[in-house]
Design a binder for this molecule. Structure first.
Ligand SMILES: O=C(O)CCC(=O)C(=O)O
Ligand SMILES: [Fe+2]
Length: 209
């Protein structure tokens, strides 16, 4: 099979680490953002947060208990970070959803989920009719909570610890293009301190704004 150009692009980036797994295409890059940029993003998240939501509600009101911040693309810092993510991943910025921040206080989490939308889910049309499903996820930890808050990929038994500025990115699809359930991941409960991340999701087609 022809190699995925995004995987080739990512593999060539300085400082990149590929997590060895036949099940999942997952990369890490420590120090992707510097501490000052992370701190500036944390300030924005603190100022503009709202309760996080989920698609395809499953009856568990405690499934995602964090708060979310829609970061403004008109903010030069946000635009610069967005451009860095596109350049680093090789993904077309036109295919990206608006950058979001997530904040987890003690006890908050995002239980095991996949970032793609289930094609047979009630919310599929609503979220995917224009831009298609999510292809790649890029996430950057903005700080280090005092305890807890790791991201766990159960299917490959890999737990990633938050570290200021560390980028995690993965394909939500298998090499043949099918949705990959092995991307199941859990933003684990923060036990002490507060956790901040930014998340960027890319789609199959342009986002449309
Ligand atoms: O906070 C984390 O570690 C994971 C966040 C996540 O999976 C998401 O926002 O989709
Ligand atoms: Fe996720």
């Amino acid at each position: 099979m022809a190699s995925d150009p995004i995987v080739s692009h990512l593999s060539a980036q300085p400082g990149i680490q590929k997590v060895p797994s036949p099940k999942l295409t997952l990369f890490l890059r420590r120090g992707f953002l510097d501490a000052a940029t992370c701190a500036a993003l944390v300030e924005r998240i603190d100022a503009h947060r709202r309760p996080s939501t989920i698609s395809d509600p499953n009856g568990d009101d405690a499934f995602r208990t964090s708060e979310t911040c829609d970061l403004s693309a008109a903010d030069p810092l946000v635009a610069a970070v967005d451009a860095m993510l596109a350049a680093f991943t090789g993904l077309d910025p036109a295919y990206g959803e608006p950058l979001q921040g997530q904040r987890y206080a003690v006890g908050q989490e995002f239980k095991a989920h996949t970032d793609y939308f289930e094609p047979d889910g009630v919310d599929f049309e609503r979220y995917c009719s224009v831009a298609g499903n999510r292809t790649w996820t890029a996430m950057v930890y903005l700080n280090e909570p005092d305890a807890g808050g790791a991201t766990r990929f159960k299917a490959i038994d890999k737990t990633i610890q938050p570290e200021t500025g560390k980028l995690v990115c993965w394909s939500n699809r298998r090499p043949d293009g099918s949705l990959n359930p092995s991307t199941l991941h859990h933003g684990m409960k923060v036990r002490a301190g507060t956790k901040y991340v930014i998340t960027k999701w890319y789609r199959e087609r342009p986002w449309g704004w």
